[in-house]
Design a protein around this ligand. Structure first.
Ligand SMILES: [Zn+2]
Ligand SMILES: [Zn+2]
Ligand SMILES: [Zn+2]
Length: 256
């Protein structure tokens, strides 16, 4: 049995088309739709007997409806940026119990004045710490810290012989510990808003490809694109001539 991964949203902070933007990329997205349109970042991992949603973007209500998601057991929040956590409040209307995996300081930061006190109504907070594995029945994941403009955490999933790593928003600089977790992964998923050139806050698509080669990673999926990156069809053309690279789009479902 494989692990299922579904990409609900594959856009960066502003989504595509960005509001009030008439650049070529956004204009094409408005006219042609399809995989040129990207909602903000959310991924569902179908793990053995556990459905884990990664991040709750402001679009989450529409994304869950559109993808007919009826079951989520837990939510892992990678960081407090609005494009990753802004939809958490929607879960006040989710009719089942949820686990909320979040770094303790991030959980505190999310307790905004107007609704933060209701977080315990939304979910059972499970404090997560980088480098400390969270064991389930039949798999485990290990959160690890990445360099971003606010504290941010990637995840390494281990199930049977498989290792899948998701970095979330990260700069191209990683800790040696993170390199250990990523090395020879079966699948690495990286958020790359831009294609190039190097950028302080975010790893680029080109740098993620170099990382894949250097660490002997079998397959790379790029996601979390912004309108400065190439449109989806052009990214796919580029990925075709690379080895083991997939460009995520909203609704992409894979088995690992
Ligand atoms: Zn982001
Ligand atoms: Zn634009
Ligand atoms: Zn971010």
């Amino acid at each position: 049995m494989g692990l299922g991964i579904k990409f609900l949203g594959t856009g960066a902070a502003e989504g595509i088309p960005a509001i009030n933007c008439d650049c070529d990329h956004c204009t094409r997205a408005k006219l042609e739709g399809g995989s040129l349109v990207r909602a903000r970042n959310a991924i569902i991992f179908s793990l053995p007997r556990y459905e884990l949603l990664i991040d709750t973007p402001p679009d989450i209500r529409a994304l869950l409806s559109k993808n007919k998601v009826r079951r989520i057991d837990g939510v892992f929040l990678t960081h407090s940026h609005y494009d990753h956590s802004g939809g958490l409040e929607e879960f006040l209307y989710w009719k089942a119990d949820l686990d909320l995996f979040a770094d303790p300081l991030m959980y505190e930061a999310l307790q905004r004045e107007d609704w933060g006190s209701r977080l315990p109504e939304i979910a059972f907070h499970f404090p997560c710490h980088p480098g400390i594995a969270v064991r389930f029945d039949g798999f485990f994941f290990t959160p690890f810290a990445v360099y971003h403009t606010v504290p941010c955490f990637g995840l390494a999933f281990y199930e049977s012989e498989r290792k899948i790593v998701y970095t979330s928003d990260t700069s191209s600089r990683f800790s040696n510990y993170a390199y250990c977790l990523m090395r020879q992964a079966d699948l690495l998923i990286v958020n790359t808003p831009r294609f190039s050139p190097p950028h302080e806050g975010h790893i680029t698509s080109i740098e993620a490809l170099e990382l894949k080669k250097r660490l002997g990673i079998k397959r790379l999926i790029l996601t979390h694109f912004n309108h400065h990156n190439y449109p989806h069809d052009e990214m796919e053309e580029w990925a075709k001539v690379q080895d083991g690279v997939t460009i995520a789009y909203d609704g992409l479902e894979i088995e690992v």
